[in-house]
Ligand binder design. Sequence first.
Ligand SMILES: O=C(O)CCC(=O)C(=O)O
Ligand SMILES: [Fe+2]
Length: 186
Amino acid sequence: MGNYAKAVQVLQKQLMEAIVETLGLNFGNLHNEIEGNQLMAINCYPPCPEPDLALGMPPHSDYGTLTILHQSGPGLQLQDNKKNWLSVPFVEGALIVQLEDQMEVMSNGKYKSVVHQVTLNAENKRLSIASLQSLPLNKKIGPAPELVDEQHPASYDEFSFRDFLDYISSNNIADRRFIDSIKKSA
Ligand SMILES: O=C(O)CCC(=O)C(=O)O
Ligand SMILES: [Fe+2]
């Protein structure tokens, strides 16, 4: 597990470098700011006798920059921009990379954080290992200044991982996602 966590950290850094480049930003300048936290979540979903009546994990988006997910079987679903749920095909050994809230904010909305949920299965247990990468606990992130101008005003307030934790301790994210609470109204 330790080796897996370290390998995923290296992959996450490489992916961040590539993604930051696609936004036209300089990774060299951002590098120290971006390196932060890695949280490993191991999720176990036992078989459910009535899988249509329950979810393994309710709809949410993760708070960080990237989530890298390894799954033992199908169950993950993503929401498209018309709010339809799409099942992610299961490919043995494949890693799933999801962009998350800090990336949406940093890109000033150019990239969207993915809303996902987990369905259950009547026969099979499912395991997943999610590596949630984020900026350090107290580091505020806002839209990158290079992506903000008169035509593209900042669409989000700054936030830190701590702000996210404060939000979820007193709000139900099923009613309103954290990222919706920091969107500036047009
Ligand atoms: O089990 C999965 O496929 C997803 C887990 C997840 O969304 C999470 O840990 O945030
Ligand atoms: Fe998640």
